[in-house]
Structures are given as structure tokens and as C-alpha cells.
Ligand binder design. Structure first.
Ligand code: SF4
Length: 358
């Protein structure tokens, strides 16, 4: 049925550029390879009795070895479940991080295990606004089992999902195992991936790692994020995420602070995109904002072409609509003009991007 109104989700299977940038993802979809979280469960790790610093050291060393392990299993090596695995180590370290939360760049350092909350408002609960088979994502992701959690690490004044990101909705509290069961069912009915979004998934990194521990089916993990997560988070994500679906929101920190209250966005965002390119497969979303073509769009696509490659999969998004408090930023009170859309295509071609969609 969905194939009728998203025929591009079928034709994309024959798109050479898309297949090249997401080759492992497509192999997981067709069960030729294992999703990373499943491989992590088979990679033994003995971390008992170690200090947190020693565990991080062990984690980073094992992460290096894991790269070769993935290649070997992809080439046919047997992989059996480990009694204690690298996924368990990641979960342990993520839980430790919650004692002084530094999952995102705000680095609030509150003890969420004791119920303290700060900027994002997220606690140890796992509130889900909705979860459903999403047919509106990039063609290669459709149908995408998408889970919208409540709360966010940024304050984009034009936020389209502001009722979720700003806790106007409280969501329904879920157990990890139930979300895992829903993901298993989604995979069995044909969803191509588990898409973690919000709000923002970063505050729930520990929760999501726990969910993946209970998932049985081979479903690729899509990390659908604003890219404002910390370096420790990027380390935990690195061997676990199959596809990074990352926003690249601003071309400079002034715009990021003025519109989204996100200091050092450029440094975090570029670092996390480089990590994503090194450790997984990547789709970048660039939502074009009115009057932000020269200050944001151009430097973003120039940086992508130069640092990630001209073949990077980029979705240039024109659907900006003023939501929430967008009226507080004068240039964000309108939608994009036709000539701004045309300008973005011209710039994307000028910097040499070869694999972008609109
Ligand atoms: S995830 Fe939330 S509590 Fe943790 S550092 Fe970010 S805003 Fe603060």
C-alpha cells in the first residue's frame, strides 16, 4: 500500500549514489549483514572490578578492535552471544554518565539517577509521545519505525515539534522491553529501521542502549539527532549506530545561540559529523531558514563537501514553516521564497555536492 504513495522508496533501491553511501544499511535491510547493536552483543568484554576511568579506557581500546571484528563477521565469521559484551559496557558507562549528566553540550552535571533534571527536563523515565511506521522520511528510510521521545537539548524557537520538545505533552511512560517488542514487531511487518527521534534522542542515550539490549530482530538503528551531543556520547554511539541522520542546523555559532540557545554548536556539530562519517553511515539534513542562506546554508555545504566528501548524502529541506516562538526572530516569520530555494540548489552544485536531494 505505502509503495503506491512513496514509489521513490522503491526506486531508491536502484539509486547507485544512495546505495554507495549507505551500503551496509541496505545489506542489513536485506539481512545480509547484522545491525551493529547485534554485533556488539557478540563482542565479549570483561569489565568487572574496574574503575570508571579504566572502563572508558577499555571501551575505547575495544572500540578499535571492534572495527576489524565487524569486517570479519561481515565476511562470514561466526558470532555468538557473549555472556558480558561491549554493549553491556556501553550501557554501564551511559548509566555512569547519568550521575553527572553530560550527554549533550549543556553538560548540566545533574544526577539524573537521583531524579534531578535540568535543561532538557529529562529524568530516568522514558516518555514517548508517539511511535509509528513513518512514511514521510527520506526514501531510503521508508517505512521507518519512528519513536518520538519527549524533551530536547536545544531550544529552537521555530521548533516544529515544540509540544514534544518543550514538554507541553508529557507522553506515555514506557518500559525498555516494551519499546524493544514494538521495534521487533515493526521489523517483522516490514519497517526498514528503528528511528530514534524527539525532541531529541540524546538525553535518552542510556535508555536507547537498554532498549537495544532487548531487541531480537535485525533492525538497523537510525540516530535522528540535532547533532548537539557531547564527545562522550559520540564515543558511546560510535559502534552502535548504523545510520546517523544528523541535522546540520547552523553555519556559525551566533545564529545557533540566537535561535536555538546552543553555544559551540559549530564545534559539536562538525565533530559529530566527522565521527559519524568515520564510524557509521550518514544522511545529513539541512533545513534552510529564511535569510540564512549566506550565513548558514553556504558554510554548511562548503564544510560538508570539503570535510565529508562531495558524495555525502544530503537532504536540503525547504519546508520551513514558522512554529512556536518563531515570531520572536524577525526573519523567521515567513516561509522560504522561491529564489532562496533556487539559490540553495545553485550553491549545493557550486560546492560540488553530488548526492543531495530536496
Ligand atoms: S542531556 Fe539534559 S541533563 Fe544531560 S547535559 Fe544535556 S540538557 Fe543537561
Amino acid at each position: 500500500m505505502w509503495r503506491a504513495f512513496r514509489p521513490d522508496s522503491i526506486t531508491v533501491l536502484y539509486d547507485k549514489k544512495c546505495r554507495a553511501s549507505l551500503s551496509r544499511y541496505f545489506d542489513i535491510i536485506f539481512d545480509k549483514k547484522m545491525a551493529k547493536f547485534k554485533l556488539l552483543k557478540t563482542f565479549p568484554s570483561d569489565f568487572q572490578g574496574k574503575s570508571t576511568a579504566e572502563m572508558w579506557k577499555l571501551h575505547n581500546k575495544m572500540a578499535e578492535d571492534f572495527k576489524d571484528y565487524v569486517k570479519e563477521v561481515d565476511s562470514g565469521r561466526e558470532a555468538d552471544l557473549a555472556e558480558r559484551s561491549l554493549l553491556d559496557l556501553k550501557i554501564f558507562l551511559a548509566k555512569k554518565t547519568l550521575e553527572r549528566c553530560t550527554f549533550c553540550m549543556h553538560a548540566c552535571a545533574v544526577n539524573r539517577l537521583r531524579g534531578e533534571t535540568k535543561y532538557c527536563g529529562c529524568s530516568m523515565d522514558f516518555p514517548v509521545s508517539t511511535m509509528f511506521d513513518h512514511y514521510g522520511e527520506e526514501p531510503e528510510l521508508v517505512p521507518s519505525f519512528t519513536v518520538f521521545t519527549v524533551g530536547c537539548s536545544m531550544r529552537c524557537l521555530h521548533c516544529q515539534n515544540w509540544t514534544i520538545s518543550q514538554w507541553k505533552e508529557r507522553g506515555t511512560l514506557y518500559e525498555f522491553e516494551e519499546v524493544a517488542r514494538q521495534a521487533d514487531k515493526a521489523r517483522l511487518r516490514g519497517c526498514r529501521n528503528l528511528n530514534m527521534v524527539g525532541g531529541e534522542p540524546t538525553p535518552y542515550l542510556y535508555h536507547w542502549l537498554e532498549v537495544s539490549r532487548s531487541i531480537k530482530e535485525n533492525i538497523p538503528i537510525v540516530w535522528n539527532s540535532n547533532s548537539y551531543y557531547s564527545h562522550p556520547s559520540s564515543r558511546l554511539l560510535a559502534e552502535w549506530v548504523d545510520v546517523y541522520l544528523l541535522d546540520f542546523k547552523y553555519g556559525n555559532n551566533d545564529c545557533a545561540v540566537r535561535i536555538s540557545d546552543a553555544p559551540n554548536y559549530w564545534e559539536a556539530c562538525t565533530r559529530n559529523h566527522l565521527m559519524a562519517k568515520e564510524h557509521g553511515e550518514l544522511i545529513i539534513r539541512v533545513l534552510v531558514l529564511p535569510d540564512h542562506v549566506d550565513c548558514c546554508f553556504r558554510p554548511i555545504v562548503e564544510w560538508i563537501a570539503k570535510n565529508l566528501g562531495r558524495d555525502t548524502r544530503v537532504n536540503v529541506m525547504w519546508q520551513y514553516t514558522p512554529h512556536w516562538r518563531a515570531h520572536e526572530i524577525p526573519e523567521l516569520r515567513r516561509r522560504l521564497k522561491r529564489d532562496e530555494m533556487e539559490q540553495t540548489i545553485h550553491i549545493a552544485k557550486e560546492v560540488g555536492l553530488e548526492n543531495f536531494i530536496t
